[in-house]
Ligand binder design. Structure first.
Ligand code: ATP
Ligand code: MG
Ligand code: MG
Length: 371
């Protein structure tokens, strides 16, 4: 069987690996962490840095196609692999855009799509303009932020200056704080041949900056659902994107959508697809990288996905009581096999499928309360 390579072996890499194995492929995972969750399922685990020349050469020699599970992988490593003649999806160029908020938001704007008003800050002098369009706002580091880390809310120029200096003057964006009606996401799969599909739009609720619950279908108007899908597809096309692309949106008053950010990979808000669509986002990733036609994405039943963070685990990493999830009908538990629970760490998730979104949400909340 053909060998597929993936950069990164976290939970996304793990679920990718399971999907690839289910389809008869072998998998090589590159992840420096010896305990990487994907290593449990991979045929080969290269426990080396993402820039390790020997590990990259091994990938190039043994893999039929290569993908990534996280945006902070070295884009040059991906470009080098592509230069060796191996299909790499998404491309290093797309990953480079997605890993830098300035490049990302600029690209979205230039594609004719809306973002929150933002100001690119490469040095402190960039704050010497009229900041009123961006205040009150959020200062976000351009690189490496996730789960709301690397973000500071600022009301005034003085607070922005202080926050920038606390961030050691790294490149940032200052973004206008918008009143959000809701947050939604759309996950697109696009192949080399240009075939594109979009999963049903998810409505996302966050707690402490971390995704808590995804509700599918999102409870917004059909017109807005259509608009989210077509904006995500448009962005994928402009990027000439190959693979799975997640697009996060803010829903504003007056049924307006702006794009918040993208992820060049499957997304936490797409974990419902493991149980609620015939093809999961991880199978789509396999299909896209292998040049196969994307699978069917229709929602089989309304679904609510609940993240399980380390906060739910007891002392000495004692797992929560799963009995309730085993006995509750229409629920499915997914755990990532992480050796150690920490506050805020994503340990797993569960999906609740029901006849209506409201019923799924009610059941999900009831289960959450017992864990
Ligand atoms: P992720 O884990 O999704 O990658 P992140 O750290 O990259 O998150 P963002 O998605 O930019 O951060 O922001 C995190 C959350 O903060 C958003 O989901 C939203 O709830 C809130 N937020 C971010 N920017 C704005 C804004 N301009 N106006 C209002 N709320 C915002
Ligand atoms: Mg992000
Ligand atoms: Mg986000």
């Amino acid at each position: 069987p053909a060998m597929l390579g993936i950069l990164g072996g976290g939970q996304l890499g793990r679920m990718f690996t399971v999907a690839a194995k289910t389809m008869g492929y072998q998998v090589t995972v590159l992840d420096p962490d010896p305990n990487a969750p994907a290593a449990d399922f991979a045929d080969v685990h290269l426990a080396q840095p993402y820039t390790d020349a020997h590990a990259l050469a091994t990938l190039a020699q043994t893999c039929a196609a290569i993908t990534t599970e996280f945006e902070n992988v070295n884009a040059d490593s991906m470009r080098w692999l592509a230069q060796q003649g191996i299909p790499v999806s998404p491309s290093g160029e797309c990953v480079a855009i997605a890993q830098d908020r300035i490049a990302e938001k600029t690209f979205i704007r230039n594609s004719g799509l809306d973002t929150a008003p933002f100001l690119a800050i490469r040095n402190s002098g960039d704050l010497d303009v009229d900041l009123s369009p961006y205040l009150p706002g959020i200062l976000k580091t351009a690189r490496l932020g996730y789960d709301g880390k690397g973000q500071v809310r600022v009301q005034t120029l003085e607070e922005a200056r202080l926050a920038l200096s606390n961030m050691k003057h790294q490149a940032c964006v200052l973004e206008k704080m918008l009143p959000l009606v809701a947050e939604v996401s759309a996950i697109v799969t696009r192949t080399r041949a240009g075939e594109a599909t979009c999963f049903p739009v998810a409505e996302n609720q966050h707690k402490n900056g971390i995704l808590d619950v995804s509700i599918v279908p999102a409870r917004i108007s059909p017109e807005l659902l259509d608009q989210a899908r077509s904006m995500a597809l448009q962005l994928a096309e402009k990027l000439d994107y190959i693979g799975v692309l997640a697009v996060e949106f803010f829903v504003l008053e007056g049924d307006r959508l702006v794009i918040n950010e993208m992820a060049p990979r499957p997304h936490n808000s797409g974990h419902y697809t493991l149980d609620a669509t015939l093809t999961s986002q991880f199978e789509q990733q396999v299909r896209a990288m292998c040049g196969l036609y994307p699978g069917k994405t229709d929602l089989l039943r309304p679904t609510v996905m609940v993240n399980l963070l380390g906060d739910t685990w007891g002392e000495n990493n004692a797992a929560p009581h799963w009995e309730v999830l085993m006995t509750a009908p229409n629920t499915k538990l997914h755990l990532y096999g992480k050796k150690e629970a920490r506050i805020g760490r994503k340990m797993g998730h569960f999906n609740v499928l029901a006849d209506t979104v409201d019923a799924a949400l009610e059941q999900a909340e009831a289960i959450k309360d017992t864990l």
